[in-house]
Write a protein that binds this ligand. Structure first.
Ligand SMILES: C[S@@+](CC[C@H](N)C(=O)[O-])C[C@H]1O[C@@H](n2cnc3c(N)ncnc32)[C@H](O)[C@@H]1O
Length: 255
C-alpha cells in the first residue's frame, strides 16, 4: 500500500470514529436509546429547582460556565448546567474520572461551600487499571487516552483548596471511609463493564440520604458497560434518563 493509501485509510477511520461518537450522543440526547428499560423525563419534571418560568429556566439555575468545545470524554453544556445546579445543594461531592478537571472546577465555582473529592488515573500509572478479559477493548483504550492529566483546570485557583484530588485505580479505592458521605456523586471514570459495576457499587455505598447519583454516557449498546450495568440496576433501583443528555440519575430518598 502506498503512503497516500495508508493516510487515506487513517483519515477515514478517524472520521468514522468521530462520527460514531457524535451520532450516539445525538441519538441519546434525542431520547433514542433503543431497548432501554429506563424511563426518560425532562429535568424540569425531575427536580423543582429546574421548574420553568415564563422566561424559561429561572435565575436560580445560574451556574459557572465554560463551553464544551470538543474535549474527549467531556460533558455537554446542558449536562454541565444540570450537574452544577445539583452541586449547589451538596455539601460534599464525589467524581469518578477527573480528566481535565473542567467539571470539577465548574461544580466548585457553582457551589462555593461544597467540598469535592475526585479520582483519576495518573498518566504515569496507566498500567494499574484492572480491566477484565470480557471488558470492551476500545473502551479500555479510551480510558487510558483520557488519563492524560496530572494538573487540572482548577489547579492554582481559589477553588483548589476545596478539591481533594485522588490518583489511582477506582477499583482499588476504599469507599468504606466515605459511607453515606456524599450528596452528589458523578460516575464518569473507566466505561468498561467491570469498572462501571465497581464504581456504581462504591457510589451507592457512599451516597447520602437525599443525595443524587448521576452516570454519564448512557447511549445504548455502543457503550455496553454503562448500558448493561444500568439496565440491570434499573430492576431494583428507581433510575431516570434526563432528556437532552446522556445522563442517568438516581435520587436517594431522604431519611
Ligand atoms: C470521560 S473522562 C472524565 C471526564 C470528566 N468527568 C469531565 O466531566 O470532564 C474519564 C476519566 O476517567 C479516568 N479513569 C479511567 N480509568 C480509570 C480508573 N481505572 N480509575 C480511575 N479513573 C479512571 C480517566 O483518567 C479520565 O480522567
Amino acid at each position: 500500500m502506498t503512503l497516500l493509501a495508508i493516510l487515506a485509510a487513517l483519515l477515514a477511520a478517524a472520521f468514522f470514529g468521530l462520527w460514531r461518537t457524535a451520532d450516539r450522543k445525538v441519538m441519546a440526547a434525542k431520547g433514542k436509546v433503543p431497548g432501554s428499560p429506563i424511563p426518560q423525563r425532562p429535568i424540569q419534571e425531575i427536580d423543582p429547582l429546574f421548574a420553568l418560568t415564563r422566561f424559561g429556566p429561572s435565575r436560580d439555575t445560574e451556574v459557572a460556565h465554560i463551553a464544551q468545545v470538543h474535549v474527549e470524554g467531556g460533558i455537554s453544556d446542558l449536562e454541565s448546567w444540570i450537574l452544577c445546579n445539583l452541586a449547589k445543594s451538596a455539601r460534599r461531592i464525589f467524581e469518578f474520572g477527573t480528566a481535565t478537571g473542567k467539571t470539577t472546577y465548574l461544580m466548585a465555582r457553582s457551589a462555593p461551600e461544597a467540598r469535592i473529592t475526585t479520582i483519576t488515573l495518573h498518566p504515569d500509572d496507566l498500567d494499574s487499571g484492572r480491566h477484565e478479559k470480557t471488558d470492551d477493548k476500545a473502551l479500555q483504550t479510551s480510558a487510558r487516552r483520557e488519563s492524560a492529566f496530572a494538573d487540572f483546570l482548577y489547579s492554582g485557583t481559589d477553588a483548589a483548596p476545596r478539591i481533594e484530588q485522588l490518583f489511582g485505580d477506582s477499583k482499588a479505592f476504599d469507599e468504606t471511609a466515605y459511607l453515606e458521605a456524599f450528596d452528589l456523586i458523578f460516575v464518569d471514570g473507566a466505561h468498561t463493564e467491570s469498572y462501571v459495576r465497581s464504581d456504581t457499587q462504591k457510589a451507592l455505598a457512599m451516597l447520602a440520604p437525599g443525595g443524587w447519583l448521576v452516570w454519564h454516557d448512557y447511549v445504548g449498546p455502543r457503550v455496553p458497560g454503562v448500558f448493561k450495568v444500568l439496565n440491570a440496576l434499573s430492576r431494583t433501583l428507581p433510575l431516570v434518563r434526563i432528556k437532552g443528555t446522556t445522563f442517568v440519575a438516581h435520587h436517594k430518598p431522604a431519611g
